[in-house]
Design a protein around this ligand. Sequence first.
Ligand SMILES: Nc1ncnc2c1ncn2[C@@H]1O[C@H](COP(=O)(O)OP(=O)(O)OP(=O)(O)O)[C@@H](O)[C@H]1O
Length: 489
Amino acid sequence: MGNSSATILVVDDEPDLRTLYELTLLREGYRVETAGTLAQARAHLQICRFDVLITDMRLPDGLGMELLRELCAQRRNERAIVMTAYGSAENAVEALRYGAFDYLTKPVDLKQFRTIVASAVSHEAARPPAPTQQHNTPPAAHRHGEEILSASAALDRLVGTSAAIQQVKQRIQKVAQSMAPVLVTGESGTGKELVARALHACSHRAHGPWVAVNCGAIPEHLLEAEFFGARKGAYTGATADREGFFSAARGGTLFLDEIGELPLAMQSKLLRVIQERRVRPLGTTQEEAVDVRIVSATHRDLAADVHSGHFRQDLYYRLNVIDIAIPPLRERREDVPALCAALLQRIAGEGMGNLVPTLSDHVLAHLQQQPLHGNVRELENLLHRAIALDEEMALPEATGTVVPPAVLHSPPRCDTDELPSDLQAWLDQQERSILMRALQSCGFNRTAAAARLGISLRQMRYRIARLQIPLSPDEAEASSDNPLYDAHH
Ligand SMILES: Nc1ncnc2c1ncn2[C@@H]1O[C@H](COP(=O)(O)OP(=O)(O)OP(=O)(O)O)[C@@H](O)[C@H]1O
């Protein structure tokens, strides 16, 4: 049932259609005004504020898009729904870029029409989102981050001072309010999920569910049931009703991570659901309306996948209405210091009694020069590992400042011309070679070797296991035949 206080302006030049839309909306309990031209629509908009504007694209005196542009320029709050001719996906995409809330393709399906209008109206009513409001909890398995993040907290999580990250944040804020699908691209570990989460937090759906799905992690035979839901007994092994992702995310955001990993057959099914905005759980005859904002992400070059036939072009266009590209960390090295500080803070919060280690300028400078192919995730792992490896050194000194983990101290050789291309591998190699020499000089007595190097036996054991260091002269000899060890002697 509609929100009876909502007022809607319908703009269409065909009198029969106008009447049809008007009657449909009146039956839902809305207040409705109609216009047949841009000029009439402008006249209405001048004297009255509406909750929703529904406009045809082609009108006798211009394009419906012009109204969108004007609303946008005047910073008005009307949510616009655009009706476009069937098959003109570009128009729909353009409308969404101009800030349309959503679009409908002609001939308009009245069921869809009612669903989309209801969604636009309810978002209007929900504005601004109440940050503390709780929502129904869909299955935990698909849901990340139970807390409702405020927009600013979600944006703050995206650390970085570079122009690139600032632009990403601005774009998030700009496009968050629309229903338009967003495709987030970037190499692995660049923070695509953080961006998607921020989009949700900055949208009117922030109080609705956030459902994150890793498309590459679901067995192919379960994809349909996971996405669309299934009745008990719908397939072998369906021992209970299963709520699908679309249904779990109703009123919120569905994050499709690794979208490029979806098999072609599933891509077709997903496209159909997005186009029809209806989903039918397996084993049922009843369709459910889809009310989700789709944000997808990939580290792949989807355009190339389209070219090579691995990704459907039509689905690509549907998902990629708005794109947000996150550059790799090596192209924004100025972010490394702030990221290290934030990551160390996070690591400290995870179990170091909130004592935050710091890194010397020298170590930071060294980190900044690394290729960091794994981006922020690699940086995070590097810091994690450094602290785990060197607990004693990472503990704060009496002064409150902290000695950086030894493993992050750049070894002397790095000060000369040649920099390692893979810091971690290089450090491992240095460490392995030193430990081997110490062990050999102490007759493979670990306690003595540890004492020699000024570390505890526990640390020695840890390092031996991690670096797979041979523990006897025989093993050492055998390993020297192993090409893997060659470089370390
Ligand atoms: N700008 C950033 N500020 C703070 N932390 C970040 C930033 N970017 C990434 N991270 C952290 O790095 C890790 C990887 O980020 P995330 O999972 O969002 O990357 P991704 O691009 O989705 O990776 P993948 O493609 O492998 O799924 C996470 O722990 C995340 O919190």
